[in-house]
Design a protein around this ligand. Structure first.
Ligand SMILES: *[C@@H]1O[C@H](CO)[C@@H](O)[C@H](O)[C@H]1NC(C)=O
Ligand SMILES: *[C@@H]1O[C@H](CO)[C@@H](O)[C@H](O)[C@H]1NC(C)=O
Ligand SMILES: *[C@@H]1O[C@H](CO)[C@@H](O)[C@H](O)[C@H]1NC(C)=O
Ligand SMILES: *[C@@H]1O[C@H](CO)[C@@H](O)[C@H](O)[C@H]1NC(C)=O
Length: 599
């Protein structure tokens, strides 16, 4: 841990002075000051089962309620529990295994170095900075690691998408929040190294990149293929990098990939698109259409690119609107009894003589839960009636939103309810994949959703911090580590808490804070390792839980950040000023100084 070991007498003096000063300030400024300061016990065991609330008034000029300080500080303590174990056992490694107390790097190409490229650290800096107070010493040491030990001059294959959303996104967010130039310098170096990924015939990025040589690396099994969500989910990051460095090349490369996507919709008359794209010709390919893995953030970034430049690029609004219409035309379904709204998937099926047909599946990835908040955010930003400058909280559906806006808002709210109902399990955690309706064995029944289990063990049943993921080893060996479908589930967001955060901010409905607290309490109860860190639960519908040895970096960048912000004062990271990248890193909304060239 820290190499600076203060003498006990100094500590006592320091604590006394600090204590006296705090009391003094509290007497004078409370309760407003409380909303932005975190006073925590120094151990990690803040009692979380107690669901007491202490809601303080919102800061001046901020609508709605202020922070719920008890719950907010419990989330801060959880972050400290997760981070301090990583720092103790694995500082510098990309990922952390909390049961075996060791680190590991995501790219197998850097076996020698104890340092990775900062996945966990880049993913944690902005969360620590926002939490402030008790995390300041941790933040300071993490910043030193970035300044002194982080090098991107490393050979091997790094995922273009993951490196962009986690490392580049993390550096950009902390640069914006702190104004510390070290992060901009590192981000620009990384951006330069990543640019080579876009050197394909179509301009869509290669799935991987060698950061030392700057050369793109095709997928080893399908060299001409890219995942749709990956190719179209690097834009917020490259565009903001262009804005802060003044280097147009970053903007143009990212924008180019969106132009390719736009040229190839609709597909079979639909604006919901297959989950692969062709690096040569740029078209969509593959027999699956879904808002889950490999599809999800295409839709998310259509909306967010429009928001990022303060609604100045109508092309993204148009693409988003077409996609939302198509989602409603083809994918929004309800269960027969409880009327639970879910987003189905489309598959191709061979129907003889080489003819294929599209068929609907009632499977929904947990990833799709991002879409609940996204729909609500889209409805209140892109679908305002003429003359309405902004939506109220909650929005006045009749007077403020267009007909499409009302439709999207309602679907988003209903989907949010469904996602909460997939937490009706023995642990209170949601599985990775839910099937809606009832199966042949009658499973599903009253609950109207069920978990598919193969050979007793189930990937689908996991909670991946959203809890965390790891792979059953027979499955692991049968997939390329790079392009396994399972791997793709690793890289997305803790969807439900993100949507709960957005839903709370847009409605001020306390039920969303309650849901968020229920999820947090289940994580504390089942995923927390007493010796430090948090791990995966193998099956959310089985007690006692079996744990798996991995703490995903997005637990720190997203799960805990969204939970924290849900209980924090609304003046912190306002949705008016920020869009969150798909890894939970807040990016500021700005009028672009580079002229967009998108139609
Ligand atoms: C890895 O370590 C081995 C043995 O220490 C060394 O020979 C090799 O050059 C190192 N490779 C890299 C990429 O640093
Ligand atoms: C990157 O590393 C290689 C191999 O160690 C070295 O030759 C090269 O000079 C380094 N480049 C930079 C910019 O540090
Ligand atoms: C589901 O919808 C049907 C038709 O609109 C309605 O009759 C029924 O009461 C609803 N069921 C529930 C549980 O809301
Ligand atoms: C975005 O545009 C609105 C109205 O056009 C303006 O009031 C606001 O200040 C802009 N925001 C930013 C961050 O530029």
């Amino acid at each position: 841990m820290s190499s600076w070991a203060p003498r006990p007498s100094r500590i006592i003096l320091f604590v006394l002075v600090l204590g006296a000063t705090s009391v003094f300030y509290l007497l004078i400024f409370s309760p407003e000051l409380l909303s932005s300061a975190s006073f925590l016990r120094d151990d990690d065991d803040v009692p979380v089962k107690k669901s007491s609330s202490k809601i303080v008034p919102g800061s001046k000029g901020v609508p709605g309620r202020g922070a719920d300080v008890v719950k907010r500080d419990a989330v801060v303590a959880a972050f400290k529990h997760a981070w301090s174990a990583y720092e103790r056992d694995a500082m510098g490694a990309d990922e952390y295994h909390p049961l075996t107390h060791r680190g590991e790097n995501l790219s197998p190409s850097t076996p020698n170095t104890s340092n990775g490229i900062g996945y966990t650290i880049a993913d944690s800096l902005d969360t620590m900075y926002l939490m402030g107070g008790p995390l300041t010493p941790y933040y300071t040491r993490a910043r030193s690691w970035v300044a002194d030990s982080l090098s991107f001059n490393q050979t091997g294959e790094f995922s273009t998408f993951e490196t962009t959303i986690r490392v580049l996104g993390g550096l950009l967010a902390i640069y914006h929040l702190s104004g510390d130039d070290i992060y901009r310098i590192k981000a620009e170096d990384l951006g330069d190294r990543l640019l080579g990924a876009f050197e394909t015939k179509s301009g869509l990025p290669y799935p991987s990149i060698n950061l030392m040589t700057g050369k793109g690396v095709p997928d080893h099994y399908s060299p001409s293929r890219a995942s749709t969500a990956e190719a179209t989910t690097v834009q917020l990051e490259f565009r903001y990098l262009a804005e802060i460095t003044g280097k147009e090349k970053f903007w143009r490369k990212a924008e180019g990939a969106m132009r390719v996507a736009r040229e190839h919709v609709p597909v079979n008359g639909r604006y919901v698109v297959p989950i692969y794209m062709d690096l040569g010709g740029g078209g969509f390919s593959g027999g699956e259409v879904r808002l889950g893995s490999r599809g999800d953030s295409y839709y998310e970034y259509l909306l967010k690119q429009y928001l990022q430049t303060n609604n100045t690029e109508p092309a993204y609004k148009e693409m988003y609107e077409q996609a939302m219409q198509s989602v409603h035309d083809h994918l929004v379904k309800q269960t027969p009894k409880r009327n639970m709204t879910y987003i189905a998937e489309l598959f191709t099926r061979v129907v003889g003589q080489g003819k294929v047909d599209w068929t609907l599946s009632s499977k929904q990835d947990h990833l799709v839960c991002f879409f609940a908040g996204s729909l609500m955010l889209g409805a209140t930003t892109t679908q305002l009636r003429p003359g309405v400058s902004h939506a109220s909280i909650p929005p006045d559906l009749t007077n403020e939103l267009t007909e499409e806006g009302r439709r999207d808002w309602e679907t988003g709210r209903e989907l949010m309810d469904t996602c909460m109902r997939t937490h009706e399990t023995k642990t209170g955690l949601a599985p990775e994949i839910a099937q809606f309706g009832e199966n042949e064995g009658g499973e599903g029944g009253e609950r109207e959703w069920w978990i598919k289990r193969l050979h007793g063990s189930s990937y689908d049943a996991r909670y991946m911090l959203r809890c965390v993921l790891s792979l059953p080893s027979p499955l692991l060996s049968s997939f390329s580590p790079r392009f396994s479908p399972l791997r793709y589930l690793i890289v997305n967001r803790p969807e439900t808490v993100e949507s709960l955060f957005i839903a709370y901010r847009l409605t001020h409905d306390l039920k969303y804070r309650t849901h968020a607290w229920d999820i947090f309490s289940a994580i504390e109860k089942y995923c927390k390792i007493p010796g430090g860190g948090y791990a995966t639960v193998e099956d959310v519908d089985e007690l006692p839980v079996r744990l798996d040895d991995k703490q995903e970096t997005f637990f720190l960048s997203e799960t805990l950040k969204y939970l924290f912000l849900t209980f924090e004062d609304e003046g912190r990271v306002s949705l008016k000023d920020y869009v969150f990248n798909t890894e939970g890193h807040p990016m500021p909304i700005f009028p672009p100084s580079i002229t967009p060239q998108f139609p």
